[in-house]
Design a protein. Structure first.
Length: 410
């Protein structure tokens, strides 16, 4: 089943499973809270609730990419094709310097509950990452990383270094329960090594009498591995990780037919759930009653990224979220030691993006220089209305007003 927190945590599973994830966020909120951070949080959430373009607070979740270099070649990573990084005019591969990271933390750390120290690459590849994690942790910021744990075998020293680096939440990307299924997506990885490293971290944490990092095995469900979910659950229990998180990923259209999980009736004993299940069951499903009174109201959500978070690429390029990382042209600014992030946070670019997020800009007026222009979330209500489906009345009113302004201007 999918619990009510699924939209927030992108997870399928029981309410108890999702509550474990919610507790990690609550832990960071309470553990790292200060009067200044709580006041900032209230200012941000007030602006988000009102749909303001100007925010008196600062982002309280930082997303900082220490490197976009990775030891694996997954077919459709964040930007679908990692070779794009090397193309002319693209960002290229590189590593953030520790002093660069510290300058970001010095500015934004006083407002932040969490820093997600990962992006398009493997954060445990290079030694400066440990210095970064420790620097953030020592300044009362919760540290979260995502790692494939497949770069090398962890000896006692390295395992102790990871456990002692100040990481609160370690997401382990492992998308299979055997080498055969695992390497189909995580090309170049070693499944048995990942298992050994998970076990080593559990044992080291126990030996050092530490509760953290919280070990969160993230398992993306694809057609080729959906039959291994029970085996993955058994392995997670055997290894002693804190959570097995099952996720239906966003699969690019060109890969959907080959990779999407099969729905009930296509694969014996398995039922795809949630969004993946809806997509998988759509073909061949009986048509729904098209009478107006039987149509469900489509609820759309405003994007929270432009209010709560900010993304820094390894080279300092600032984006509103983790989309569009290959393309420097999408950057809203370039961070360096002289830049005051406040000027960017409430500058014209962020103001326009927040208006996008609040459905106050029509699709025709979305400037292509923003990665948000190609995102479905701000476009969704316009498409729903165009197709004659029912929207929440307040959202529908806003969409019609926005379209009216666009026509009037034209």
């Amino acid at each position: 089943m999918r619990g009510p927190l699924n939209r927030i945590f992108a997870t399928t599973g029981s309410l108890a499973t999702q509550a474990k994830i919610a507790r990690r966020y609550l832990y960071a909120f309470l553990r790292h809270g200060t009067p200044r951070k709580y006041w900032n949080f209230l200012n941000v959430e007030w602006a988000r609730w009102r749909g303001n373009a100007f925010v008196r607070g600062m982002p309280y979740v930082l997303k900082i990419e220490s490197t976009n270099i990775c030891n694996l070649e997954c077919p459709f990573c964040l930007d679908r094709d990692r070779s794009q990084f090397k193309a002319e005019g693209m960002r290229g591969f590189g590593r953030m310097r520790a002093d660069f990271f510290k300058a970001i933390i010095d500015q934004l750390g006083p407002y932040a509950f969490n820093v997600n120290l990962y992006g398009s690459g493997e954060p445990l590849l290079f030694p400066e990452a440990y210095e970064m994690m420790r620097y953030a942790a020592d300044r009362n910021i919760g540290v979260r990383i995502s790692s494939n744990l497949s770069m090398r075998d962890f000896d006692d020293e390295l395992a102790a270094r990871i456990v002692g680096a100040g990481i609160e939440h370690l997401i382990i990307s492992c998308h299979g329960a055997s080498q055969e299924t695992y390497e189909k997506y995580q090309v170049g990885g070693d499944f048995e090594r990942v298992l050994r490293n998970m076990k080593k971290l559990v044992e080291t944490r126990r030996r050092l009498k530490r509760r953290l990092p919280f070990l969160d095995w993230q398992f993306l469900i694809f057609r080729h591995n959906q039959h291994e979910l029970e085996r993955a659950r058994a392995l997670a229990r055997e290894l002693g990780v804190d959570l097995l998180r099952l996720i239906y990923p966003n699969i690019p259209p060109e890969h959907k037919e080959a990779w999407r999980p099969r729905a009930e009736g296509e694969a014996a004993g398995y039922q795809a759930q949630g969004e993946a299940g809806k997509a998988a069951r759509k073909e061949g499903a009986p048509a729904q009653d098209a009478r107006p009174e039987s149509r469900a109201v489509i609820r759309v959500e405003r994007c929270s990224w432009p209010y709560r978070s900010i993304y820094f690429n390894w080279d300092g390029g600032i984006l509103p979220c983790c989309d569009g990382t290959t393309t420097p042209a999408y950057d809203l600014a370039k961070f360096d030691a002289t830049l005051d992030v406040r000027a960017i946070w409430n500058g014209p670019h962020y103001a326009k993006i927040r208006r996008y997020a609040n459905f106050e800009v029509a699709p025709a007026d979305m400037e292509k220089r923003y990665t948000c222009a190609s995102c479905l979330k701000p476009l969704a209500p316009f498409l729903v209305l165009e197709k004659g489906m029912l929207l929440d009345p307040q959202v529908e009113k806003k969409i019609k007003q926005t379209l009216g302004r666009t026509r009037g201007a034209g």
